[in-house]
Design a protein around this ligand. Structure first.
Ligand code: SF4
Length: 361
């Protein structure tokens, strides 16, 4: 297996010294975007968005927890960590038939991508065999496939690729200098190593983070700079708003200002112009006006369905009504779309956690 190197800019002060080139975003430049007047920021994000996408199109992705709870990790936001008393009970991996039933339902409701999340630190080889079977069967339904299973070891990404996996989700979560406040059972480099394995196997990368965890604006800029400076940057960037779950260490934090969340979406759009920027966990806490601002800021993908792993998500009907009101339409499944995306990635890129995409995604 070839381990593809992933750029790593460990500290904002260091990154700020990196010369400005077309494909490197110093943290201070990302911070300067955050500090633009709100209307100017949204205007710039709209310009970038319209250059690369149909601004009325939204990708619908559905996320299913295929193995819930009992995770040995200590992610401070996550109700699936066994060490926190959150009422989530550990379950075994779902049977294939259950997963396929959910995938067919997702497709019937218009989803084009089906993401399978498991609460593992990393999959054991026998677990991976089950997931490979799921990927093969879900892919055969005509859906794009995504998985989020934790850290991947030698050869595991290749097995998933052979099974037909299109995307692997593995979030950076936050800025490197804030990471140890959120997770102590693994480090930032572990995340980057898994991303390198995913890239090395030829799987597209879905990688974002979570905001509203008590980080500063500079640290939010640090997260976006890390993502934008991955070379090439992720094809898919989920931006999660912390869902505060009782029993987790982050429960009770002061909520992030909704405009700051919208700013984060806009900055992600500007710095990663061709990425699908996904409005992920936390939508249930947002009213329609804030979600509309997120679309205006360049979000063009949502998780769709009534659950994001273990936290709630606006129901499908409410999503349809909102999209109608805003004149948005779902991205259609197209023949050959995967090839188109490969070309796009190859030509465009300068650069949970559900279980691993955030408090849900
Ligand atoms: S986010 Fe993932 S790795 Fe972290 S505790 Fe939750 S399930 Fe485990």
């Amino acid at each position: 297996m070839s381990l593809q190197p992933v750029n790593f800019h460990p500290h904002p002060a260091t990154s700020a010294l990196v010369a400005t080139t077309d494909d490197v975003w110093p943290v201070q430049e990302v911070l300067a975007l955050f500090e633009l007047p709100f209307n100017d920021l949204l205007y710039r994000a709209q310009q970038v968005h319209r250059t690369h996408f149909d601004a009325t199109e939204v990708e619908l992705a559905t996320l299913l927890s295929i193995k819930t709870g009992g995770c040995p990790e200590d992610c401070a936001y996550c109700p699936q960590a066994a060490r926190y008393d959150t009422g989530v009970t550990a379950q075994k991996i779902l049977p294939l038939a259950t997963v396929l039933e959910a995938a067919r339902a997702a497709k019937a409701h218009g989803a084009t991508r089906f993401c399978m999340g498991a609460a593992w630190r990393e999959p054991k080889d026998r677990d991976l065999e089950h997931v490979e079977e799921m990927v093969r069967e879900v892919k055969a339904l005509g859906l794009e496939t995504c998985a989020t299973l934790g850290m991947l070891g030698e050869g595991q990404a290749e097995k998933l690729k052979d099974a037909g996996l299109d995307y692997y989700n593995h979030n950076l979560d936050t800025a490197p200098e804030f990471y140890s406040k959120i997770i102590t059972t693994r480090d930032y480099q572990n995340r980057l190593d898994t991303l390198g394995r995913v890239r090395g196997a030829g799987i597209k990368v879905c990688c974002g983070g979570i905001v509203g965890m008590g980080e500063s604006r500079l640290q939010r800029a640090g997260l976006i700079a890390q993502l934008a400076n991955i070379d090439p940057y992720p094809e898919s960037v989920p931006v999660n708003h912390l869902v505060q779950v009782e029993g987790t260490p982050l429960h009770g934090l002061e909520a992030l200002d909704p405009f700051e969340f919208v700013r984060t979406i806009a900055v992600a759009r500007i710095t990663m112009p061709r990425a699908r920027v996904r409005l992920s966990a936390g939508r249930r806490q947002m009213d329609d006006a804030v979600q509309a601002l997120c679309f205006l800021a360049g979000a063009n993908s949502i998780f769709y369905g009534d659950k994001l792993l273990t936290t709630g998500n606006p129901d499908v009907e409410a999503d349809n009504v909102l999209m109608d009101k805003l004149g948005l339409h779902a991205r259609a499944v197209q023949q050959g779309q995967n090839n188109a995306m490969v070309c796009e990635a190859a030509t465009a890129m300068p650069a949970g956690e559900p279980a691993h995409a955030g408090p849900a995604a």
